[in-house]
Design a protein around this ligand. Structure first.
Ligand code: NAD
Ligand code: UD1
Length: 339
């Protein structure tokens, strides 16, 4: 079975994907510098998979560190999760974001090219669509200049990879545009473990639920939506991980550029999420309304038909599954991964 390098494989989405790769019979190799992960995740992955997964500590910006993996293994494809992802931090540290996300991806593609590895799957984001002109978003919806450095690095890497494919048509480039990944593995052993106070909705909700934070602030209740709060397409991280396995099979067999939305097609408001979460914990989750957050789009959800038609993939987890598993992870690990 194919050997797959998973950069950022110790992170939130990467760790769940490694598990689905093992389940599907692939040989993943994790490459991560732990800038936003803890080594403890490796033992958890081993516990779930029943065997250890090879691991390299390294930085994607360092050619030799990546090349070492390609010298030691015949790598059939790369799933590239490694990168920085905090919107607010990216505004304060734009050069660091371009260095890790864009330059790091460039170094990785160079190493792949030098070692004859042509199959590349990239973690892009629905953020490339900016403020949508219309929802649901299809892959043909316009890609816009992003309103923050993080978002722009996703746009830039999408273009860089596509331009490489034009120059070298034997490359198979898959760009996966994730909507809002949430939830955790049903074992409760792995999940999202953000540093500091979470910026994203779901980890904030889970930390309020376990009493680590007091109250959720809902950013804005005067948006032009049915209940006045913003709408997103929340997708269970295990569905997302399974989507990568489906995309990988396709990527390994088809040169070209392939772009897919990975979402459920359902739009839920912030208040819908609070209600679902309150149901999961059996009491009302403390929440209050607060001013709008700068940069938020009103409504963003996917048309996932292309991934269904071409990859045979659909998200199967419900909103109740997402809240149950997110809560289960947080309850079992109130302080995340502790080393
Ligand atoms: P994460 O931070 O949990 O995972 C990223 C991993 O990359 C971490 O383990 C980190 O230690 C590692 N890493 C960072 N810089 C590195 C470097 N220079 N060299 C090697 N490893 C490095 O994030 P995630 O939520 O799992 O996201 C994975 C990818 O998906 C990212 O590229 C992110 O931008 C993208 N994405 C995430 C979301 C989301 O909501 N989580 C949405 C859309 C896209
Ligand atoms: C955010 C980023 C986006 C990134 C994505 C994944 C912004 C503006 N956008 O998307 O670029 O790709 O995360 O990391 O940061 N909310 C609250 N209270 C909170 C937290 C969130 O009301 O404490 C609301 C937000 O206003 C939004 C919704 O919940 O309406 C979802 O927020 P979040 O989880 O941060 O995701 P996005 O804004 O979609």
């Amino acid at each position: 079975m194919a050997t797959i390098l998973v950069t950022g494989g110790a992170g939130y989405i990467g760790s769940h994907t490694v598990i689905e790769l093992v389940k599907a019979g692939y040989e993943p190799i994790i490459f991560d510098n732990f800038s936003n992960a803890k080594p403890a995740v490796l033992a958890r992955i081993k516990q779930i998979c029943g065997r250890s997964v090879p691991f390299y500590a390294g930085d994607i910006r360092v050619y030799e560190q990546l090349a070492q993996v390609f010298k030691n293994h015949k790598i059939d494809g790369v799933i590239h999760f490694a990168g920085l992802k905090a919107v607010g931090e990216s505004v304060k540290k734009p050069l660091e974001y371009y260095d890790v996300n864009v330059n790091g991806s460039r170094v990785l593609l160079q190493v792949m090219s030098d070692f004859g590895c042509k199959n590349f799957i990239f973690s892009s984001s629905a953020t490339v669509y900016g403020e949508p002109d219309a929802v649901p978003l299809t892959e043909d919806s316009p890609v816009k200049r992003a309103n923050c450095p993080y978002g722009q690095t996703k746009v830039d890497v999408e273009y860089m990879a596509q331009e490489l494919q034009i120059a070298h048509p034997e490359f198979s480039i898959t760009l996966l545009r994730y909507f809002n990944p949430v939830g955790a593995h049903e074992s409760g052993l792995i999940g999202e473990d953000p540093r500091g106070i979470p910026n994203n909705l779901m980890p904030y909700l889970t930390q309020v639920a376990v009493g680590r934070l007091e109250c959720l602030s809902i950013f804005g209740n005067d948006y032009p939506t049915p209940d006045g709060t913003c709408i997103r397409d929340y997708i269970h991280v295990v569905d997302l991980a399974v989507g990568h396995v489906a995309a990988l099979k396709h990527c390994l067999d088809n040169a070209g550029v392939h772009i897919y939305n990975l979402g459920t097609g359902n739009g839920y408001s912030v208040l819908d999420m609070v209600k679902a979460f309150s149901k999961a914990i059996g009491r009302e989750l403390p929440h209050k309304f607060a001013p709008r957050r700068a940069g938020d789009v009103v409504s963003c959800y996917a048309d996932p038909a292309k991934a269904k038609n071409e990859l045979g993939w659909v998200a199967t987890h419900t909103l109740d599954d997402m809240t149950r598993d997110a809560y289960n992870w947080q309850k079992n690990n109130p302080n995340g991964y502790e080393d």
